[in-house]
Design a protein around this ligand. Structure first.
Ligand code: WTA
Length: 637
């Protein structure tokens, strides 16, 4: 990527300028000189943000796995592609070379083919962070099947919803997973989900925890014997640039999650380029992103971005607290990790444990450290900078989304530095805009508004699976001609962006996006619940925690309150997953509503955050008296 490298400010300025002045020439040349194509495109970009329709490199054919694996074989076949670090530190790590990855992906792809999986079919992957997960993803891509990875912390109901939405006929899973001192029986969760998914005819099960599981005849099969019999060569299917590569679900403001569809060529070009430049990856570096492949961060920056660059990428099965809070640093030292990428919630949790857990370890291999998933508060930023980066490492606070496919706003080491709580400047090709309350773009440099992007970049999601109208309404209707992110942001006098958080009904808890509607739907299924409203409130470690204001149909005795609370959280756990349980539940006599019947969450957010000094004008509410009663209750609690 010689001409495209971003190694100093003037290179960034120059590339940024060209990418905006002539995006087609910029991305066309970058794509042509850095990737393997089976045939070339007719046009670099065609788009219309009103339909909306976005096509990059239309007409080209390629296979992303040839770019991730095959083209590195000749020169770097013996280089480690994936380091697997198991949950248990006493178990051996695994080093998978590019040659071995090639064989394992091909074998897996052949197994999928033998089960009748064809190009365009959707494959649900519900696996823990073991090598089979990355290999399954690549095996799908090898044969043009569309992978839909579901994070293995999701419940049976959430899994079933995702399987049905894109009509997967096959599910790839394991007997279970290790998470710290716990084991989780994933196969049982799949069995429960499949009661509701009659179209699934095949379940392939990787063995990980050696637990007792039930195998359903004619549907379930162990994966390993099939892999052992499969051939280690498999032709890479020619994909059109705009053929879907994967679907990944993200929460929205209604109960149904949105299956974001990412296509092949644009996603490849953008994730490869951002990985290389933002993490400043050098050929012998070891890169580690602590995310789960079940989220977009894992797709783009554990699997695709690193492998496209021939990098060594580390996959960690466990959790930061097992066997103790020094585990991350132990791993950094053990593999001499050079780039480390994690979430603010992990940083806050580790900071809280104190520096004693860091002291025994040598972190001097680190060159760049990053964060993603939510705004990082100043204190956590400084702790990260001082104790992890040892004031030697640029911090990349990367802002992006499942929908954007890759990082859109971030510091770029050596080009410009980070500043606490600022994601700073747009990446090459990205044109952010801040919109005011009247829907107009704010022209002043120093401003605050809703964050939009006014020109397509190669890895933007192309649609929501099966619901293009919802895609249009969610992202392209709030501000005509712009992609609306759902986030608010501030811009300082130097044009640096600071993301202030969601401005819609999504709450980010420990870096996980949670829509309020699905949680409320789950709560409302409790037979005693009349109505509920969920809001976020500040939490030291999670960033936000969930606060539920719940009205019961009939008053229950206060001894029974605790039981009902437990039942409500159990319901949420089973419908969505433990990540969505409430930290605080308050039973109220009513919820504040506008005269048209809309719940005033703004007021509830203030009450939950213990900030009731300025609630604004509540006299126009349908039931202003409810507000005072809720406040009185919180004060006597
Ligand atoms: C938030 C994760 C502040 C934001 C890649 C966004 C951030 C949502 C940052 C997307 C950041 C992500 N600073 N906020 N550096 N990164 N966010 O889809 O609200 O899981 O809209 O993608 O996370 O979350 P998602």
């Amino acid at each position: 990527m010689a001409d495209f490298e971003l190694t100093n400010r003037s290179k960034y300025n120059q590339n940024y300028k060209t990418s905006i002045a002539n995006p087609e020439a910029f991305w066309g040349e970058l794509a042509e000189t850095n990737f393997l194509w089976k045939s070339k495109w007719n046009k670099v970009l065609e788009f219309d943000f009103l339909s909306p329709k976005i096509e990059w490199f239309k007409g080209a054919t390629l296979n992303i796995t040839e770019n991730c694996i095959d083209r590195h074989l000749k020169q770097n076949g013996h280089k480690t592609a994936i380091i697997f670090e198991p949950n248990d530190p006493n178990q051996e790590s695994e080093f998978i070379s590019y040659i071995e990855l090639h064989h394992r992906v091909n074998r897996f792809a052949n197994v999928l083919k033998s089960k009748g999986v064809l190009k365009g079919d959707r494959v649900c992957i519900y696996l823990p962070m073991i090598p089979e997960l990355a290999i399954a993803v690549l095996a799908c891509a090898r044969i043009g099947a569309i992978h839909s990875v579901v994070f293995a912390g999701f419940s049976a109901t959430a899994l079933a919803t995702r399987i049905k939405d894109c009509d997967c006929k096959i599910v790839l899973t394991s007997d279970g997973s290790f998470r710290g001192a716990k084991t989780i029986n994933l196969k049982a969760i799949v069995d429960e989900a499949l009661v509701d998914c009659p179209n699934v005819s095949t379940v392939l099960v990787a063995q990980r925890i050696h637990s007792e599981i039930t195998m359903k005849t004619n549907r379930d099969e162990w994966l390993q014997p099939l892999l052992d019999q499969a051939s280690e060569s498999c032709e890479a299917v020619a994909m059109d640039a705009e053929d879907p590569l994967f679907i990944l679900y993200t929460s929205g403001s209604t109960g149904q999650p949105k299956g974001m569809v990412h296509t092949t060529a644009g996603y490849m070009v953008y994730t490869a380029y951002t990985f290389k430049t933002i993490f400043q990856y050098q050929p012998n570096d070891v890169y580690w992103c602590t995310a789960d492949i079940g989220w977009i961060t894992g797709h783009s920056y554990i699997v695709y971005g690193p492998l496209l660059n021939g990098a060594t990428t580390l996959m960690f099965e466990g959790v930061p607290s097992y066997p103790d809070y020094g585990r991350f640093w132990d791993i950094v030292q053990k593999f001499k990790v050079n780039q480390f990428y994690t979430a603010p919630t992990a940083i806050r949790a580790l900071a809280k444990q104190g520096e004693a857990f860091l002291k025994p370890y040598d972190l001097s291999s680190l060159k760049v450290i990053g964060t993603v998933g939510e705004p990082i508060n100043e204190e956590a930023w400084h702790w990260y900078n001082t104790h992890v980066g040892q004031q030697q490492c640029p911090i990349v606070d990367t802002w992006w989304q499942t929908e954007t496919g890759g990082i859109l706003i971030s510091p770029i080491p050596h080009c410009f530095s980070g500043k606490p709580t600022y994601a700073t400047l747009p990446f090459v090709g990205i044109q952010p805009a801040l919109m005011d309350d009247n829907g107009n773009e704010i022209s002043d440099t120093k401003a605050e508004g809703r964050l939009c992007i006014k020109f397509p970049w190669p890895s933007i999601a192309r649609t929501i699976w099966g619901n293009h109208e919802r895609y249009k309404n969610t992202y392209f209707s709030a501000f005509e001609g712009y992609y609306f992110s759902g986030d608010g942001a501030k811009r300082d006098e130097n044009g640096h962006y600071r993301i202030t958080g969601r401005v819609d009904d999504v709450i980010i808890v420990s870096g996980h996006n949670l829509g309020t509607a699905p949680i409320e739907d789950a709560i409302n299924e409790h037979k005693q619940v009349a109505e509920s409203a969920i809001v976020g409130y500040p939490h030291d470690i999670k960033g936000n925690a969930l606060y539920g204001f719940i009205t019961l149909k009939k008053a229950v005795s206060s001894e029974n309150h605790e039981n009902v609370k437990k039942e409500i959280n159990a319901l949420i756990s089973s419908k969505i997953g433990p990540i969505a349980t409430l930290d605080n539940i308050q039973f109220t006599t009513g919820l504040p509503k506008t005269r048209s019947g809309k719940i005033m969450r703004r007021i509830l957010r203030k009450i939950a955050g213990n900030d009731t000094s300025n609630l604004g004008d509540i006299s126009t509410l349908l039931n202003p008296e409810v507000v005072q009663s809720i406040i009185n209750q919180t004060q006597t609690k």
